[in-house]
Design a protein around this ligand. Structure first.
Ligand code: NAD
Length: 536
């Protein structure tokens, strides 16, 4: 039953503009210039643990600059984190939902005010985001996750079975029995805040393994939750080596669920490990994973070319193409391609790649040396490939950071690997189709890639939009009509995909929260039956 204040449907956190000359811009500049190296401990049962197993975190656009040092916990400490999550589980579950929601609301206020600049600066430095990419992520979306998770939990708790004159029935929205293992990716600071607090608002306790590359911003998020009064042990910050931490977490009989966002390959490896161990768990662990994408943009011959080319630029190259939803394969009819390719070339020639602290920069660096090497290899081999034509870009350089120019390639074979595999970088592959091959092109899109995360359809013809929606029904969990395939907002476009893109549990919505509860239904009869014979 609900107790405590009734939360209204939350409004999305408004974006703060850090325009030159404003107080916000001044504070941001100072935070970016701050040269202190942050020591990031594991935090287990509220205790900060420093170790000798240290990993440096460097700014991808300036890789000589160390911004943080992660103190990785050892095997014993990971086990202690599990024990800590278990020891506080009953008390946390027994708190009213209103008390748990209050923690998230306070954390939202803390991020919205005193930690806003700090967490944005950490996201810019650690993940190489411009402020235009950091603010919607590490401030707005993180805050939205906190507020919407609290609101949606209330909505679930309000859902109750029918009671009658002779009996009362009630759903007791219990957490799962055990702990949830939350594993977050580098590319959105907000995701770590959601993977942990979605289970926590439903009463679960959590082990959080962040990505090393986003550990600084994620640690600030964790500190905001602590400041907001999150009791020790409810979320344990465990920035350990991925394999070791996962092996220990997944071998515990108390594992009740995995809340993962990252690549499809890693999620599949976790799934296999759980499957091979399934008899050893106290419950059947819930597996929730939002994973990779090879997101499409398809233009009908009736498409608005200006809107299309802007959507391709923003969708493919925002945050260097390192969004799971980034446009990475496009299908353009022959009759539009001349104008679209001209607009792409003209506009991309103006697009600045470089230091994210410079307000004129549109694209920073890619996340790591490994990613840079992979993208450089793919681009170089495309240049040698007779089936690929370079339309724009193609340069990469690794000093002072891991930079890749926005790159557009045209393929002659629509099933080229460039149209199928997730590259996770600023490379857009285009297939130009015959103007009368709209229906075949839709079928091709559906069958080309194993992923099904996001997609966009551009057309001014209502019948064409309708046809695309039908044919592509299983090709994307989030479909956009006349818009870029990125930029989902919490509460507006619940996010997630199918096929190799994950379990489609719609992050930030009530659907995701349902995975973290195991309801008990209690019936109380007022007048027990006193005869064993029917009709007596
Ligand atoms: P990743 O799979 O490399 O890492 C994700 C997390 O898994 C990190 O915490 C990492 O340390 C951990 N990890 C890595 N190897 C592991 C292993 N062998 N065992 C256990 N844990 C391991 O992904 P990433 O590079 O951080 O993020 C990019 C990927 O995430 C892309 O594929 C992108 O599409 C996907 N992504 C998907 C969504 C979505 O909502 N669908 C959102 C963001 C990112």
């Amino acid at each position: 039953m609900i107790s405590g204040p009734q939360l209204p449907f939350p409004a999305n956190e408004p974006e703060m503009l850090f325009c030159e000359g404003t107080e916000g811009a001044k504070q941001l500049k100072q935070a970016l210039e701050h040269r202190d190296v942050v020591e990031i401990p594991a935090v287990i049962g509220g205790k900060r643990l420093f170790s000798n197993d240290v990993v440096e975190v460097r700014a991808p656009h300036d890789h000589q600059r160390v911004i943080a040092r992660i103190h990785r916990p050892n095997e014993t400490q990971v086990r202690e984190a599990i024990a800590s999550a278990r020891s506080v589980a009953r008390d946390w579950a027994n708190l009213s939902l209103a008390s748990r929601a209050a923690v998230l609301h306070r954390a939202a206020e803390i991020i919205s005010t005193r930690h806003r600049v700090r967490i944005n600066a950490a996201t810019m430095l650690g993940q190489s985001k411009t402020i235009e990419e950091a603010e919607p992520d590490s401030a707005c979306e993180l805050i939205d996750f906190f507020r919407f998770n609290a609101y949606n939990a209330q909505k679930i708790h309000a859902e109750q079975p029918l009671s009658v004159a002779t009996a009362a029935n009630r759903a007791d929205w219990r957490p799962l029995e055990g702990f949830v293992y939350a594993v977050s990716p580098f590319n959105f600071t907000a995701i770590g805040g959601n993977l942990t607090t979605a289970p926590a608002i439903m009463g679960n306790t959590v082990l959080w393994k962040p990505s090393e590359k986003s550990a600084l911003a994620n640690f600030i998020c964790f500190e905001a939750l602590e400041e907001a009064g999150l009791p020790a042990g409810v979320i344990n910050f465990v920035p350990g080596e991925a394999e070791l931490t996962t092996r220990i977490a997944l071998s515990s009989a108390d594992l009740s669920g995995i809340h993962f966002t990252g690549s499809s390959a890693v999620f599949q490896s976790l799934w296999k490990r759980v499957a091979s161990n399934v008899g050893a768990y106290r419950s059947i662990p819930r597996l929730v994973g939002e994973t990779g994408g090879k997101d499409f943009v398809v233009a009908h011959p009736s498409a608005d070319v200006d809107a299309l080319s802007i959507a391709l630029i923003r969708g493919a190259f925002g945050y260097q193409g390192q969004k799971c939803s980034a446009a990475s394969r496009a299908y353009i009819p022959k009759r539009l391609w001349g104008e679209v390719s001209k607009q792409l070339r003209d506009r991309l020639a103006e697009l600045r790649v470089g230091d994210v602290a410079d307000p004129k920069t549109f694209m920073g660096a890619v996340i790591s040396e490994a990613s840079h090497q992979k993208l450089s290899r793919v681009i170089e081999s495309s240049k040698q490939d007779s089936g690929v034509r370079l339309i724009f870009g193609g340069k990469t350089w690794s000093d002072p950071g891991y930079f890749v120019e926005p790159t557009v390639v045209q393929v002659t074979d629509p099933r080229h690997t460039l149209m199928q595999e997730e590259l996770f970088g600023p490379v857009l592959s285009v297939f130009v189709y015959e103007d009368n091959a709209w229906a075949e092109t839709l079928a091709l899109i559906d069958a080309t890639s194993p992923y099904a995360l996001t997609g966009s359809v551009f057309s001014t013809d209502r019948f064409a939009l309708h046809e695309a929606e039908n044919v592509l029904v299983n090709a994307a969990g989030n479909l956009y009509l006349n818009d870029k395939p990125t930029g989902a907002m919490i509460g507006q476009q619940p996010f997630g995909g199918m096929r190799a893109s994950g379990t489609n549990d719609k992050a930030g919505s009530f659907m995701n929260l349902l995975r973290w509860t195991s309801p008990r239904v209690v019936k109380e009869t007022y007048l027990p039956v006193r005869h064993w014979k029917f009709g007596a």
